[in-house]
Each structure stands twice: as C-alpha cells, then as structure tokens.
Design a protein around this ligand. Structure first.
Ligand code: NAD
Ligand code: UDP
Ligand code: UDP
Length: 314
C-alpha cells in the first residue's frame, strides 16, 4: 500500500513542488488548500494522477481525514498576501497548527511544520543559527506572519513534550523557482517579470539589504529528508542556501541574465524589512547530509524561463 500523505497549502509554490515529488515517489497525496494565495494552475497538471486528490478546505477549521504523514505548509508566505488579511494570517498559522497537530495526535503520525527564517525577525546574530531566539517586532506589519509562525513552533514543541508527538520543524529561508505566484510581490518573481517586460526594476530602499536564496527543488529534498528522520530528530533545523547577496546585486544579475533594458527604480523601504539574512546550515549538513548545490545564476535562469513561458501564454 502506498503511503497517503497530507500536504496543507499543497497548491502553493512550495506545496505544488512537494506534491509532485511525493507522487513521483509513489505516494498518494491529499492536497488541502483554500486558494488564499495560490491558484489551481499550480496543480492542474497533477489532476489526472489517480494517486492525487485535492480538497478545498481552510485549516483554521478542524479536518477529519485518514493519512500516514502530514506536511503543514498552509499559510500565505509573501508580505503582499499575508498583509492583505493579517488576522486571517495569524489564525491560519496558529489555529491551523492546532488543528493539524490534533489530527496528527489522533492518528499517531509524523507531522512536519514549514516554519521560516522570519522567526529570527531582523536578526542581530549573523549568520542565523537555530539557537538564536530572534529579534521580532510583536506589533508591526510583519508580525502576523512572524509571530504566527513563532507561536506555531511553540505549539509543535509543546505537542512533542506533552503528547510525545513525532513532530518536526524546518525553518525555510528565502526560496525561489518556477510557480512562484507572479503577482505576490516577492523579489525574485517581481524582478524576473519586470526585466522580461522591460518595466523598471523596483528596489526597496537602497538595495543594500541582503537575502540568501535557495532553489525550490533543494528545499523540497531537505523537507523529505527531515520527514524521514526518527522521532527524536525534531529540529528546528535551518534549510536554505547560505550564499548571501544584496538586493541590488540580485537586480543586476536578473538584468544581465535576461539581457533586459530595464532601468532600476529605488522605492521606499517597507517597515521592519530585515537588513540581513543568511542561514547557518551546519545542522542540516550534519543531521540530514544535505547542502544546497544549485548556484543562484542557474536557478535564476530556470525561473526566468518559467516566467518567460508564462508571459507568452497569457
Ligand atoms: P504560497 O502562498 O505559494 O503557498 C501557501 C499555500 O497555503 C497557498 O496555496 C494558500 O492558498 C494556502 N493557504 C493559505 N491559508 C490557508 C488556509 N487557511 N487553509 C488552507 N490553505 C491555506 O507560499 P509558499 O512560498 O509555497 O510557502 C509555503 C509554506 O512555506 C508557508 O507556510 C511559508 O510560510 C513557508 N515558507 C516559505 C518560504 C519561501 O521562501 N517560499 C520561506 C519560508 C517559509
Ligand atoms: N482536530 C482535527 N482533526 C482531528 C483531530 C483533532 O482537526 O482528526 C482538531 C480538533 O478539532 C482540535 C484540535 O485539532 O480543535 C486540537 O486537538 P487536540 O486533540 O490536541 O485538542 P482538544 O481536542 O483536546 O482541544
Ligand atoms: N524587494 C524589493 N523589490 C521588490 C520586492 C521586494 O526590493 O519588488 C525587497 C524586499 O523589500 C526585501 C527583499 O527584497 O528587502 C526580499 O523580499 P521578499 O518579499 O521576496 O522576501 P522577504 O522580505 O520576506 O524576505
């Protein structure tokens, strides 16, 4: 019997890649999503697979299904989407975690939480290690996401301690690749589309803030490896690419790789925008035997090709 795996947020950017990978491994996949920040386009190519099932459901409501493992990804991840309904964002993170943990507890199955580098906020420790507690504004525009994800981590570790639940937490750093939503305002999708359409590249602030970008396939591989670990391996564990660059350097790389004539336009920096972010992935190397290998330029070329096709098909 193939394993039956629940992926919440399965129609999203990361979720759709995870569903695809699990199907390729022979699993049955139940994708649960309310399409808050995604479209069916991401999973339409999976609908013909008889091992794939999709259920429109909001994880803030209880869910009664029978599965062997749970990946909890449901949560809008781009500032544009999570700030469009911040109350719903916190509810999704917190009530969604409670319901999925309750489901995992009733079934006695493994559950993995897609947490985020945002739990470190605007970090004063650099690069970020898992034992750093973070520097987070509890009442700012990003707080619904950051504090929601922090509370979800609290719930995961309390279910582990209180109920001996085989639960796991990965902290994902900025990820990019095909099927990022073209309209959700994240930097790689914005720059790729702006460059391909000849519009100005919009840099927030002076572009000196840094991020570390990891190609999507590598994050999916790390999540699958983490799920396969024994119950004692709970995390939290950082997954991301330690290659750190400034946003200005990213803009220049996208312009070069597309051969675009786009100009750079500097815009106001949003509040609480983290100044630097770089994962320390020593724990992932040691515990999962995992480290990212796809260089940014190669991943960007694949992502640009995806958006080029998308723009031509519209
Ligand atoms: P995404 O917005 O593309 O996907 C999230 C999915 O969750 C969407 O399909 C959305 O419709 C769904 N969703 C939202 N609220 C829901 C609810 N209440 N009930 C059911 N479904 C709901 O984002 P993504 O980039 O694929 O991120 C997936 C997960 O990974 C998120 O939990 C995010 O916090 C985490 N993460 C992503 C990144 C990244 O760089 N992409 C970095 C860190 C963490
Ligand atoms: N829950 C769920 N599906 C299940 C089992 C539980 O959605 O199969 C929800 C349940 O509605 C509750 C949450 O998970 O709101 C937490 O469940 P738990 O058993 O941990 O706590 P309790 O039910 O005692 O509040
Ligand atoms: N950013 C930018 N131009 C854009 C979109 C984003 O300069 O068109 C900046 C944003 O302010 C942040 C960085 O790029 O400093 C990464 O933004 P994203 O929303 O992709 O991720 P996050 O801030 O959540 O890490």
């Amino acid at each position: 019997m193939p394993k039956r795996i629940l992926v919440t947020g399965g129609a999203g950017f990361l979720g759709s890649h995870l569903c695809e990978r699990l199907l390729a491994e022979g699993c049955e996949v139940l994708c649960v999503d309310n399409f808050f920040s995604s479209s069916r386009r991401n999973v339409i190519h999976l609908l013909d697979n008889r091992r794939f099932e999709i259920l429109r459901h909001d994880v803030t409501s209880p869910l009664h299904v029978e599965v062997d493992e749970i990946y909890n990804l449901a949560c809008p991840a781009s500032p544009f989407h999570y700030q469009s309904d911040p109350v719903q964002t916190t509810k999704t993170s917190v009530m969604g975690a409670i319901n999925m943990l309750g489901l995992a507890k009733r079934l006695g199955v493994k559950i993995l939480q897609a947490s985020t580098s945002e739990v470190y906020g605007d970090p004063v420790v650099h690069p970020q290690t898992e034992d750093y507690w973070g520097n987070v504004n509890p009442i700012g525009l990003r707080s619904c996401y950051d504090e929601g994800k922090r509370c979800a981590e609290t719930l995961f570790f309390d279910y582990i301690r209180q109920y001996r639940l085989p639960a796991k937490v990965v902290r994902i750093f900025n990820t990019y690749g095909p099927r990022m939503q073209p309209d959700d305002g994240r930097v790689v999708s914005n720059f790729a589309i702006q460059a391909l359409t000849g519009n100005d590249i919009t840099i927030h602030g002076d572009g000196s803030q840094t991020r570390s970008f990891c190609y999507v396939d590598e994050i999916i591989e790390a999540m699958i490896r983490m799920m396969a670990t024994p119950p004692a391996q709970t995390g939290p564990i950082n997954i991301g690419n330690p290659a750190e660059i400034t946003i200005l350097e990213l803009a220049e790389a996208v312009i070069e790789l597309t051969g675009s004539a786009s100009a750079i336009r500097f815009m106001p920096l949003p509040s609480d925008d983290p100044k630097q972010r770089q994962p320390d992935v020593s724990r992932a190397k040691a515990e999962l035997g995992w480290e990212p290998r796809i260089p940014l330029r190669e991943g960007l070329l694949r992502t640009i090709a995806y958006f080029d096709d998308l723009l031509r098909s519209q």
